[in-house]
Design a protein around this ligand. Sequence first.
Ligand code: ZN
Length: 143
Amino acid sequence: MRKINLIVIHCSATRCNQRYSIDSLRDDHNARFHNKGIGYHYYIERDGQLHKPRDESEVGMHALHYNAHSIGICYEGGLDEKGRSCDTRTPAQRATMLALLRSLKSAYPDADIKGHCELEGVHKDCPCFSCQEYRDYFANIKP
Ligand SMILES: [Zn+2]
């Protein structure tokens, strides 16, 4: 099993009033990554439904230079109706994301949780919210 020391959170960078299903994501990533499937390990749709398109044992394709030791999570959204960066997580997405992070943190207690934009050399807003809320959360509980 590869060593995991980082959990990277992404948004799909799609508008909150437009659906972006797991099937659309798969089509887009297959086009971009030469049919190697979805680059994230987890995808959370707007209704909170969790998909696991890639096994954790497989290296993902979501964060250049950080893929070997990380797990990638993406939520559907991240842009408002006008296409501006925005925390568009629905209550259902927040609940799913927290449950997923709790489970990952119990499997990989030493893994840091970072937003894509917090990685060195990344100049984008993804995931359009501050992951400090999760770092604070896990700093205050024992897994
Ligand atoms: Zn990203």
